[in-house]
Ligand binder design. Structure first.
Ligand code: PMP
Ligand code: GLN
Length: 384
């Protein structure tokens, strides 16, 4: 018998895989894991087809196809008036998850501390644990999931090496304001602390709000790594293609690790994305309105139900408070109940916490769905 020990003994199968499997098993409406149930733009699918048929099927450059990096540089120039060098500051990765993983591998050493705001995306804490780092979990404050800056100030010490920010925020839909960023800058600017800013929902911001990237602050320019995901932006989560942006010194450290973790992303996907971005700038320009309409349709569907919602400010997630329906159930049991008894599957927000949350039970629904799915979801939830 061989003897091997788990490096993540407390981790089971992720909540996203678990809930999607539950939806399939029960043949239930799946609003749990975040992915669209509608097709990507036909021109993008055609571009992938063409890129593959044209023979772009061998390794891409490790840092990514230059044309795609140039499209990203253009986006940051237009949105944030930021001058990025595609050659030295942008790397295309097979999804944001590996970008997050490699950034932590590159920056955090054993014994270092990393500040993480809970609820937090499930890959952060295991990635920190695998380098022997220590995640310092600071809960966000319900109901608006704002940062308790006093706690952040007290958590920072000489071991703090990184702060992980996620805006727009999964699962709560909260956005960081300019004031949030400025407070963070004041706390870290004279310290050896890197910001890992997970901005995968950068284009999904509602009600006229603006996404504010870490890179838009000159004070953070040389100490931040920004991670993005084409999967969210172009309705192709299964293409697992994302990016990392950082100033050259940090990017060099990142690439040192990434070249051995994956070497490069998928070639025809990158070519297709570059071509589509160049030919269809209207896709990104219309994305906020496109998803705001879906959020509003979902909220209208539950308006007369006993669920309560604070409208999501960004992402494609909406959390609901179910305390008027089943105050006796915790959020995991509530999701189980909804799946088994009502054939609709959500994600328990407690799965994003290291300690059980203090706020009322919340469950997260993904509204990246066709109209008919959202209408059906409203009907089911209103009948409970
Ligand atoms: N960060 C957050 C906050 C996410 O919601 C996701 C989506 N799963 C990711 C990172 C990972 O993105 P990708 O699928 O591109 O790896
Ligand atoms: N980010 C997606 C979510 O929050 C899922 C990603 C995954 O399945 N790992 O639902």
């Amino acid at each position: 018998m061989i003897e091997v020990h788990s490096k993540l003994p407390a981790s089971g199968v992720t909540i996203f895989s678990t809930m999607t499997a539950m939806a399939q098993r029960l043949n239930a409406l799946n609003l749990s894991q975040g992915f669209p149930d509608f097709a990507a733009p036909p021109a993008l699918l055609e571009a992938l087809n063409q890129a593959s048929l044209a023979g772009h099927n061998q390794y891409a450059p490790g840092d990514g196809i230059l044309a795609l990096r140039e499209q990203l540089a253009l986006q940051f120039m237009q949105r944030d008036q930021l001058n990025l060098d595609p050659a030295t500051e942008i790397t295309i990765t097979p999804g944001a998850t590996i970008g997050i993983f490699c950034t932590i591998q590159a920056i955090v050493h054993a014994g270092d501390e990393v500040i993480v705001f809970d609820p937090s995306y499930d890959s952060y804490a295991p990635s920190i644990a695998l380098v022997g780092g220590k995640a310092i979990h600071i809960p966000l404050q319900a109901p608006d999931f704002s940062v308790d800056w006093n706690r952040v100030q007290h958590a920072i010490n000489h071991k703090t090496r990184m702060v992980i920010v996620n805006t727009p925020h999964n699962p709560t839909g909260a956005l960081w304001s300019k004031q949030d960023w400025q407070t963070l800058i004041a706390l870290i600017q004279d310290k050896n602390i890197v910001v890992l800013s997970d901005e995968v929902y950068e284009h999904l911001v509602f009600d006229g709000r603006k996404h504010i990237s870490a890179l838009s602050f000159p004070e953070l320019r040389s100490r931040s790594v920004v991670v993005g995901s084409f999967g969210k932006t172009f309705h192709v989560t299964g293409w697992k293609t994302g990016y990392c942006i950082a100033a050259p010194a940090l990017m060099t450290l990142f690439r040192q690790i990434y070249q051995f973790a994956n070497f490069c992303g998928v070639t025809p996907v990158q070519i297709a994305l570059a071509q589509y971005m160049q030919q269809h700038p209207e896709h990104i320009q219309g994305l906020a309105a496109f998803y705001q309409q879906k959020r509003d349709l979902f909220l209208a569907g539950i308006a007369t139900s006993k669920f309560q919602a604070i409208p999501s400010q960004g992402t494609y997630f909406q959390s609901l408070d179910y305390s008027q329906i089943r105050p006796d159930l915790d959020d995991v049991a509530m999701c189980q109940y909804l799946a088994e008894q009502h054939k609709i599957v959500a994600i328990p927000v407690s799965a994003f916490y290291c300690e059980p949350p203090q706020h009322a039970g919340l469950i997260r629904f993904c509204f990246a769905k066709q109209e008919q799915t959202l209408i059906r979801a409203g009907e089911i939830l209103s009948a409970i």
